[in-house]
Structure formats: structure tokens, C-alpha cells
Design a protein. Sequence first.
Length: 128
Amino acid sequence: MQSDHTSPQTVDEYIAGFPLEIQEILEKIRTTIRKAAPDAQETIKYHMPTFMLQGNLVYFAAFKKHIGFYPGSKAVRKNFRELSVYEGNEGALKFPLSSPIPYDLIDKMVKFRVNENLNKAATKGKKK
């Protein structure tokens, strides 16, 4: 849906490249992630908005008919049974634009990923 061929350099630029109704959804996803992971940093990776906290936390992207959400963890998929209706290729989740976006589920997954990343970082710190 991006109108030009240049990659966005910020999440604001990424979101601005979409129609208003999609921008609203992307902003609400962004806000949901920020609330669930207030210490996470925003960046662009793989041409998508990405949140980082002790490594990659989550990515998201807009497509013609869905929002892609990438929690980046096999453990997420094992712990959230309700994800099966949203599964796409290679662990990506697809939230159809024709249905309500599950913001509460995004919140739960992000909080799970925060704990996962922080625990992993703490374990690495103890091994040194």
C-alpha cells in the first residue's frame, strides 16, 4: 500500500504512507504496543515498524486485506491458543481488515514478549 518506492525511515513515515482508515488502525496498534512495553524502542526493520527491547520484540505491517503481526517467538504461538485463527505463513499472524483487530490479544502477546526478552537477557547476564 506504500505509494512510493523509498523505504520509510520512521514509524511515523510508515504510517503516513497509508489511507486514513489504515493509519488509525496502525496508530492504535502502535499505542497498544507502547502501553504494553513502555521501555521498548521504535525503529524500522525489514521495511516495517519494529519494537525493540533487549532484542526484537514485535513487528507489524499493513497489507491490502490484513495487518501482519510478527511476535517473533515460537513460545507466543504455544501459549496463546486463540492465535490459530490468525496464523499465516512462517508464524506470522494475519488480522483481516474485515474483522475487528484484536488489540487485547496484541497487548497480551507484547507483554509476554517483554517478559520473554527480559528473562533471556537476565539469563545471559548471569552466565558471564
